[in-house]
Each structure stands twice: as C-alpha cells, then as structure tokens.
Design a protein around this ligand. Structure first.
Ligand code: C2E
Ligand code: CA
Ligand code: CA
Length: 755
C-alpha cells in the first residue's frame, strides 16, 4: 500500500500548526508500528491512547466491521468499561443503531451530542448512560476504495458538540486506523498466501518467460531436486521431453498467446523416472517487469494413472491368460467399424473364432487348475505364432478370437490357421501326461459376410460350430450354407425341447443277424423323431441334443422304452438282447449305475419284474468315451459288465482312439463302421483293413458286428471273415416295434416248427 498520498492529504487538511505537529507525531508513531508489522489490536490501542492524550476528556473506541459487513466487532477501547465493550461487540449495524452502527451503515460521520435524547440511542442508551457517557461522535473508517472497515468514536461524559478541531481529530484518527487496518490485513493475506504456497501439497513454481525460477514451493523442489539440483532455471522442455510432442507444442502455443493451459503430460523427474503429471499453467502479467510470468502447478498423478491402468486391465483383459477379453474385442471391432464411416472406406478384417476341442473333458479329467494351465499354454502358443498386428482375445472359457486386420486372401488365412494347428500339435505335458490339442475354427470376413459387429461374431460362431460338426480340428469359412444350417439347428433345438412332452419320439429296431443262418440274434434300438409329420434324422438332431444337454432326458426315455420292450419280449417267446446307443455326454451327467436301479424299481412296480435283465442289454459307446480315460467311467463299465451287460464300441475305426485304449478298456464287442463295409468293393486295401480289425478283435477276445451290410458281395466278404453278427439293409432296415415283434414271432414260430 502506498501511504504517501495519505500523509500529504492529511498535512494539507490540518488547520493549526501545533496541532499539525502533534498530528505528524501521531502519524509517524502509527507508521512506525505499521512498518514493524505489529498486531492490529496493539496499533489500535496505541492510536486511541494518542488521540485521548491530544483531547483530554474523551474516551475513544475503534470498532471493526465484520467480514460479512453486517456487524461491528470490538477493535480497541482501553478506557471504556469492559461491560460496555462487551455489550457493543457484535452489534448489528443499521441507519438508527447508536452512533457507530449508524456511521458504519451510512458511511457518514454521525454526531450525537446528547445520547439520552437522540432517536438513534433510544433502544441502547441505558448502557452508555450507566457508564457515564453522554455524547458520542463516530467517524466511519474507510479504506482506499472508500469501503467501510469500521468506526472510530469519541465519547464524552457531558452533552457536547464537536468543534472544527474535534472533527479534524476524529477524521485523522479514522484515517490512521484505516492505515493500520488495511496494512495489517494486507500483511495477513500475504502471510496467508505464503503459508499456502509453502504448504501446498502440489508442486508450484513461478517462472519468468525465459524459465528463470522466480519462486518455487518445497514440493516442487523435492519433486525435481535430484534432477534439477540448484534450481535457478526450470528446463520445461526437458521436464516434458517424454510427453507427446503435439501436446507440448499446444501448451507453448497457449503460453505464447498469454493463455492458460491445462492437461495431463509426462514429467521427467530423473533420467529414468518418468511420472504422470496433471499440469495447470497460469499466465500472470508482472506489472513491475511488464513481462509475463508463468505459474506451473504440477500434480504427480502416477498413482491414479497406475490405478486406472489396473482397472483398465481388469476390465479389458482376461486375468488368466493376459489376452484381451470379450469386451475389449467387441469395442475394438466397433472402433474398426466406426473408422469406416469417417473416410467412407470399409476397414476390412477377418475374425477367427477358435474353440479347443473336448476342453470339457480336459477339465473333468485333469481338474480345473490343469484346465487353466492348458488355456494359458494355448494363449502363449497363439501369441508365439500370430503376427503382431493381430488382436488375440479369450472370449469364453475355451474360446479364442483373432482379429486379422486388412484384406487377406484365403491362402494366407489357411496358412495362418495351419501355423496355429502345427503349434498346438506340439505336445503339452499336463499333470505328467502327454496331451495334444486341436481347435475347431470358424472364420468370417468383414464386411463381406456381415457388416455389423454382432453379426460378424455370429457368422464366425456359426462357422466354428460347422467346423465342430465336420469332425473338429479344422477351419470353416462362413458361407450361406452354414447360415442355413445354423438357422435349421436353432429351429430344431426349439422343437426338440418339447419333443418328449409332445410324444414325438418313437423307437425303431434294427435286427442284427447271423449272416450264415439269417437268424436274428440281437437288435439295435434306434431313435426316431417325427415332428409336424416330418421325419428328422438322428444324425441331424442327436448332435443338437448333445450340444444342448437335452440328450440326457432323451437317453433316459430311450432306455426306459427299450427295457419295456424287453419285458414285453420276455412275456412272449422270442426274447433277444437289445443294443442301446449311449452318448458320451450322458456319462458326464448321469450316474448310470443308479439310473439302472431306478429303472428296475419302475419295472418292478409296473410289470412285477423280479430280475433286472442286464444280460439282455448292450450299451453302444463311442471311441470318444474311451479317450477320456477316466477311472470312474472304467469302473462304471466294469461294474455293469459284472452284472451281465455288454459294452460295444460303435463306429469302430472312425474316431481317434489309439488301440491301446481298446486293450485297457472294459469292452466286449466292436462294431465295424459301415464306411469300412461300404468300401469293400473298392479294393483289396480296404478288405485288408477289415481283416486287420477282425484279427485284432479276435486277439483281444472281442466279438464283432459288421454294420451297414447292403450287398451280397459285402455279405460274402463278411462271411469269409467268419464274422457272426451283421446289421444292414441287406437283411433288415430299422422298423417300428410292431413290425419287429412280428418278425421275431415269425422267427420263433419257424424255429419251433423246425424242432
Ligand atoms: P449308429 O449307432 O451307427 O446306428 C446305425 C445307423 O446306421 C442307423 O442310422 C441305421 O439306420 C444305419 N444303418 C444300418 N444299416 C445300414 C445300411 O445297411 N446302410 C446304411 N446306409 N445305413 C444303415 P440312424 O438310425 O439314422 O441313426 C444314426 C445315428 O444316430 C446312429 O448311428 C446313432 O449314432 C445315433 N442314434 C440313433 N438312435 C440313438 C439313440 O437312441 N441314442 C443316441 N445317443 N444316439 C442314437
Ligand atoms: Ca449304434
Ligand atoms: Ca454304428
């Protein structure tokens, strides 16, 4: 605050020479205190004593206006009674509130010569009169902007009006008080700012335009001390050297134009310590140098950024494999699609969906921990084989997705798939066991197959299911046929759900005969589904039932029906064993041992059956069940065999099982798949294959059924091999129960006749 004009004005206004002298003394006394930075209360106290000394008989007071400008607070009044001071403290100002309340309110001097009779004092006069105060003149104390800071008042114990000199004195006192108040407030603010500056938990440095440090707070010094030791210059360019160049350029462009800037950048704390910072730069005009200076507010936000990174990792990446997750894949595909709309060009990409074959079995056999290990190894192998620009994500338990950007020819995509397959073919050691993996893969191309992300995922999924249906371990490109098949599957799945309740299933029976005598020795039970008068082949609906788990209920129904047939046969004279197909899926979900006990209960109740006909049942399993190599399944089958049931390996030779499985597995029979029989006429090599299967079966003491025998030539060859059980159109097609029973009855009759 510039106090020169105060003094000049004051001296000019002062009327008398002796008064002027004492006035200058008072002024310099107060000034001295102001410069020493004494507390305000002390200065006001001294001021009052100086005034009272000048004007004997007066008792003076200073009241200060509260920050909200509504009340008067005690400032100094050493010679007024304490009781009076306490009563005044906090009084609300107003146009008719005593002398001081009115002066503060109106910003005008208020002279009350006779407190007792003045309207302003009507409400308050008891107090002053009790203290012996009869008149009170109050001068508002104003700052350099004419804003009221408080009041200076002189009290007398007589009714009294002021002389001209009195008025000068009261005015002088108010000015001196103003000086003391303003100055002490200024210092207070300055001290406050400096305290804030030093205790600010954020780095703050003020620099000139040429990066000279004008002021820096302790946090800034400790942030940069090791690197920028002996801080005279703040090398901003070096500090921000790891930030994005365009952002730094934008910052300096703003500062050049005198504009503030804020954003998030990288700060170089030391040579190898780069931190994330939030930067807020304000431009201040220094009126002294007429140059801009910059206040750099720097917050270390590394912790927050790290937390954000972790959160982003958790939301966008798969915890187990570290690959991207489904959400991230989806967003990436959406973003790739959005790019199109900007330049109008479609950003082409191929989406490969890969599903590990038989992963459920791996999980069930080796446990979930080992299952997780397999997923991690697969992820690693994918990363090893895939080019860097390909995004790999794990989007479901054992499903992986690859997004291959750009237009790729079919050959390149196939070659990429082959590389992956080769890598996966390399053995995995899991739980001390050697294992080989394969994947069923579906591929869809954007924008050719579909032009939105949901649909392209859908296309790839359909293609992947198609790969599974084509024997797994292969890749299928999406095409219209796949689309149709998928629609058909979805439709069948829907109908299949209600097929049991709607009685749409029926059992057919295909006799198995002795090729030499044509006698029916056995029969296979085959499921038929008629929906809406349409025959739907089991080859079509069984996989859907397996996929959806509906096979479990269906299988129950088949077995119960087959057993009922056996009971019916037992009541006639032509009982033969029945062969029932059991899907591998059913072994995961059903405890067959106990199920048979349950069927027995029902049969006992319904038909009074007393022995369960285990010996009249054969379970047809597939090679995939043998592959699981699960002890519990071994035990189950062994147990069922001990009870008299037979176990037959269906479609033998079409699966992937190794012969060693056959040696160790509890089976009685193999059924040579019809594909081998049908190739008999194609040449000697095919015949040799059957011969090999036959001799191996004999060596293992397994009985043989030849399936799908249609022609005389096929039958002849089968006979040459001494195979004593044949199932095929040559003899009989599958037939309804009635026809089958008729056939059996006729056979029983002719046998009886022969006897
Ligand atoms: P599968 O177990 O191999 O059954 C033999 C299939 O070969 C039957 O087809 C039968 O009709 C057919 N077949 C028999 N002899 C000949 C022949 O000489 N020539 C030709 N071309 N085919 C012949 P189907 O009944 O269509 O059954 C197809 C498959 O559906 C079955 O093959 C079996 O895997 C499955 N399946 C049928 N019923 C059931 C069932 O109740 N449960 C389960 N899980 N699967 C079943
Ligand atoms: Ca079968
Ligand atoms: Ca078969």
């Amino acid at each position: 605050m510039d106090i020169g004009p105060h003094i000049n004005k004051f001296i000019e206004d002062t009327p008398q020479a002796d008064f002027r002298e004492s006035s200058i003394e008072r002024y310099s006394a107060i000034l001295d205190m102001v410069l020493k930075g004494l507390p305000l209360g002390e200065m006001l106290h001294a001021l009052i004593l100086l005034i009272e000394a000048q004007k004997i008989g007066t008792r003076a007071s200073v009241l200060l206006l509260s920050d909200d400008g509504k009340r008067l607070l005690f400032g100094a009044a050493p010679n007024l009674p304490e009781e009076y001071n306490n009563a005044i403290n906090g009084v609300e100002i107003g146009a008719d509130v005593g002398s001081c309340g009115a002066a503060a309110y109106t910003c005008e001097r208020v002279i009350v010569e006779d407190i007792e009779h003045h309207p302003n004092w009507t409400k308050y006069k008891e107090l002053p009169l009790k203290a012996g105060l009869k008149s009170c003149w109050s001068e508002p104390i104003k700052d350099s902007n004419q804003k009221v800071l408080g009041t200076f008042a002189m009290y007398y114990d007589t009714v009294k009006s002021p002389s001209e000199l009195d008025l000068y004195l009261i005015q002088e006192a108010a000015r001196l008080a103003s000086l003391a108040i303003e100055r002490s407030r200024g210092m207070h603010i300055q001290r406050l700012s400096s305290t804030i500056f030093n205790s600010l938990p954020i780095s703050l440095v003020i620099t000139s335009e040429d990066n000279v440090v004008l002021s820096a707070n302790p946090v800034f010094k400790s942030l940069t001390s090791t690197y920028y030791a002996n801080l005279k210059l703040f090398d901003v360019h070096r500090f921000l050297s790891h930030s994005k160049a365009e952002e730094v350029a934008d910052l300096f462009e703003h500062l050049k134009r005198g504009h503030a800037w804020k954003g998030e950048l990288k700060g170089l704390k030391t040579d190898n310590d780069i931190i994330d910072i939030a930067l807020n730069v304000t431009v201040i005009r220094d009126t002294f140098t007429q140059q801009n200076c910059f206040a750099w507010l720097i917050t270390d936000i590394s912790a927050r950024k790290n937390a954000e990174k972790i959160i982003s990792f958790q939301t966008n990446y798969d915890q187990l494999t570290g690959l991207s997750n489904r959400k991230y894949l989806f967003e990436t595909l959406q973003a790739m699609k959005c790019k199109n709309s900007i330049d109008g060009k479609k950003q082409e990409f191929s989406l490969m969906l890969m599903d590990i074959d038989h992963f459920k079995q791996i999980n069930d056999t080796f446990g979930h921990d080992n299952g997780d290990l397999v997923l991690k190894l697969v992820a690693q192998r994918l990363l090893n084989t895939i080019p860097e620009n390909v995004l790999i994500a794990r989007i479901a338990a054992d499903e992986f997705a690859l997004v291959i950007p750009g237009k790729m020819c079919t050959e390149s995509l196939i070659s990429m798939f082959n590389n992956i397959t080769d890598e996966l073919k390399k053995h995995f050691i899991i739980a001390d066991q050697d294992m080989m993996l394969s994947m069923s893969t579906g591929l869809a191309r954007y924008p050719y197959d579909a032009d939105n992300v949901e649909q392209i995922l859908n296309c790839a999924t359909q293609a992947m299911y198609s790969a599974k249906a084509h024997g797994r371990n292969c890749m299928q490109f999406f095409n219209q046929q796949i689309q149709k098949d998928a629609e058909r599957n979805a439709e069948l799945h829907l109908y299949l759900k209600t097929a049991l309740i709607q009685n749409e299933f029926q059992l057919y029976y295909q006799p198995i005969v002795n090729p030499f005598t044509a006698q029916i020795t056995k029969a296979e039970v085959l499921l038929r589904w008629i929906h809406d008068d349409q025959f739907i082949s089991p080859d079509e609906f069984i996989p859907i039932a397996e996929e959806s788990g509906l096979i479990v209920q269906i299988g129950e129904w088949v077995r119960m029906q087959a057993l009922t047939s056996i009971v019916a046969m037992q009541k006639s004279d032509f009982t033969i064993p029945l062969s029932i197909n059991v899907s591998t899926i059913e072994f995961w979900n059903t405890d067959l041992q106990h199920r048979f006990a349950a069927y027995f209960d029902v049969l006992q109740q319904q038909f009074g059956l007393d022995v369960f006909p285990y010996s009249l049942l054969t379970l047809e399993i597939t090679e995939s069940l043998m592959m699981t190599q699960q002890d519990s399944i071994n035990q189950l089958l062994t147990d069922l065999r001990h009870r008299g049931m037979q176990i037959s390996v269906d479609d033998f030779g079409t699966g992937y099982s190794s012969l060693s499985y056959l040696v160790n597995f509890p089976v009685d029979q193999i059924k040579i798949d019809k594909s081998f029989i049908q190739r008999i006429s194609s040449g000697s090599r095919h015949k040799s294959l059957i011969e090999a299967i036959v001799s191996m079966s004999r060596a293992l003491d397994l009985s043989i059924v030849a399936e799908g025998v249609e022609t005389e030539a096929e039958l002849d060859f089968i006979k040459q091999q001494n195979i004593d059980a044949v199932q095929g159109y040559y003899f009989h097609k599958p037939m309804p129960q009635e026809a089958f029973f008729d056939l059996l009855a006729k056979q029983a009759e002719s046998i009886a006749r022969l006897k």
